[in-house]
Design a protein around this ligand. Structure first.
Ligand code: HEM
Length: 402
């Protein structure tokens, strides 16, 4: 394989999972690689080594999230203008203002209080899966916990969570090139906005202790989000809190099935669940990459980057950087230290939900190893063919009770 044949933008490369061979070659030979592709008229620099991804993540001044959307891909000017009202596509101080509205709900202390609740919810889910005996692991096990949790935090009635599930799938399908024209993501967006506006109105009439109430109330200076800002916030939280954790739980099970020794190790010692959760996020890297734009000419990994050049940071590559991780291609549920950057490399946009996601994965796996002897694959998993989300859409399995 040579550098000329590598195309880490091509969603088809992700059909078999993370294209490790491509990333390995890039890290070794061209860690900051100028990517030219007719699909991406502006081109971009692919950043694949751990320290470089961290450096880009931590400097909003040099690597802006607002000059282009952080998610890869082309879009109309109108769509981009809308997307730039989302905090994901902002820089400080505008970003700081929005982020501070939700930060307090996701601190380690607040999240730790959810431990018992997450355990009970995981028990209900796993017992239901065991009673079914066979079925789709994604729907039966992986999807429900993140959905329940995000619905509760936001104040979405629990019985509406299947709608979040369906919208989230339709949004993710927009990045799957197997589906024509991104499936029906655009109509999903309208439905989400409409739902969010109705929910916002309900909460203004009947305030509660949840995120939607907070986002639809004026702050201490009397300032409130515009309707569109609120809609986009709702959409971001729903997607970010959902799809990613679901794919971590499913991808973790694929790793366990392929490494039965690690599954048995966790069964023998469920207290390894916290390090297992981090290893799952490293191994799966549910978010493949985000994009930034250089704000001035600068040097990165020995390359001259020009102002306005696009820079794409590949977490899926950095998480297997052999200069940082011992035996990176070994799935080791006891890995410590584990400086993975599956939640981002730090900096302003560092994942808001990282403590929550780790606790969800931890609790789910504790319950799984306690109650399930084995999960057997009935058919190969169906992967999302996307350069943004490392995802699995279906995984038919049999549950063997403990
Ligand atoms: C941002 C990954 C779960 C909410 C991010 C980023 C990554 C990420 C890579 C970008 C970081 C950066 O640009 O520096 C993940 C993974 C998850 C997960 C792998 C699960 C395993 C969650 C959950 C929530 C959440 C449960 C719950 C609300 C967010 C939000 C942002 C974000 C709102 C944007 C933050 C900002 O722009 O300031 N996540 N995430 N994520 N995540 Fe997560």
């Amino acid at each position: 394989m040579s550098l000329e044949t590598i195309d880490v933008y091509d969603a088809a490369r992700y059909e078999i999972g993370i294209p490790h061979q491509d990333f390995q070659l890039l890290r070794a030979q061209a860690p900051v690689f100028r990517h030219a592709d007719p699909q991406v008229p502006e081109g971009f620099w692919a950043v694949t080594r751990h320290p470089d991804v961290v450096r880009v993540s931590r400097s909003s001044e040099l690597f802006s999230s607002s000059r282009r959307t952080a998610i890869l891909g082309e879009m109309s000017e109108e769509a981009r203008a809308q997307q730039q009202l989302m905090m994901l596509n902002m820089d400080p101080p505008a970003h700081t203002r929005l982020r501070s509205l939700v930060n307090r709900g996701f601190t380690p202390r607040v999240i730790a209080q959810m431990r018992e609740h997450l355990r009970l919810a995981s028990e209900v889910i796993v017992d239901k899966a065991l009673a079914a005996g066979t079925g789709d692991f994604v729907e039966l096990v992986a999807a429900d916990l993140p959905l329940i949790v995000i619905a509760e935090l936001m104040g979405v009635p629990l019985e509406d969570r299947h709608r979040l599930f369906e919208w989230s799938n339709r949004l993710a399908s927009a990045t799957d090139l197997q589906l024509e024209e991104g499936g029906d993501a655009a109509t999903a967006v309208f439905e989400i906005y409409e739902y969010a506006n109705n929910l916002g109105a309900t909460k203004r009439a009947n305030p509660a202790d949840d995120i939607v109430t907070k986002l639809t109330s004026p702050d201490e200076n009397g300032e409130a989000l515009s309707e569109l800002e609120f809609d986009l916030f709702f959409l971001l939280l729903m997607f970010a809190g959902n799809e990613t954790t679901r794919n971590a739980i499913t991808g973790g099970m694929i790793a366990m099935i392929n490494n039965p020794g690690q599954w048995e190790r966790l069964r023998a010692d469920p207290d390894l669940a916290p390090t297992a959760a981090d290893e799952i996020v490293r191994w799966v890297s549910p978010v493949n990459a985000f994009r930034r734009t250089a704000t001035q000419d600068l040097e990165l990994g020995g390359q001259l980057i020009r102002e306005n050049d696009k820079v794409v940071i590949f977490y899926s590559s950095a998480n297997f950087d052999e200069d940082v991780f011992t035996d990176p291609y070994t799935f080791d549920i006891g890995r410590s230290p584990n400086p993975h950057i599956g939640f981002g490399g730090g900096g302003a946009h560092f994942c808001l939900g990282r403590h929550l996601a780790i606790l969800e994965i931890e609790q789910m796996y504790r319950v799984l190893v306690e109650r399930v002897r084995r999960v057997e694959l009935l058919e190969p998993p169906t992967r999302l063919r996307s350069n943004f989300v490392n995802g699995v859409t279906a995984m038919p399995v049999r549950f063997v009770p403990a």
